[in-house]
Design a protein around this ligand. Sequence first.
Ligand code: FES
Length: 140
Amino acid sequence: MTEIQAAPQADTASIEEMLKASGYSKTAIDYYITKPHMGQIPDADITSEMTGTCGDTMGIYIKMNNGVVGDAKYQVMGCAGAVSAAMAVVDLIKGKDLEYARSIDDGIVFKVLEEIPVKKHHCIQLAVKTLHKALDAYKD
Ligand code: FES
């Protein structure tokens, strides 16, 4: 029993080490490990899906509540950069109106993540583009 519980912790520690060595901040690593906003919202008001040039895919689900984002989730089939960026976007838009959500750009998300490898910056773009695509569709 103890061994079974110890294994995931060891895995998590080694994943953390690898990501740290690759250039991810502690904030970005924590988002990737805990995935606080990963999943779907079955009765979402706003959704969209997007595939990046790298082939990774993500979907966003937004549930509105009195004119603000009540809840949001991303389903991500992609890298650590994509997961951490998506989780950061949700923390940025939750409780905010759609005008604010529309103002989210790569730079704002990067500031939240603090540091991710340069070659992973397009993963932030994918999370932001998925959000904007959903908001554009909702507007139309
Ligand atoms: Fe595709 Fe990160 S490598 S989103």
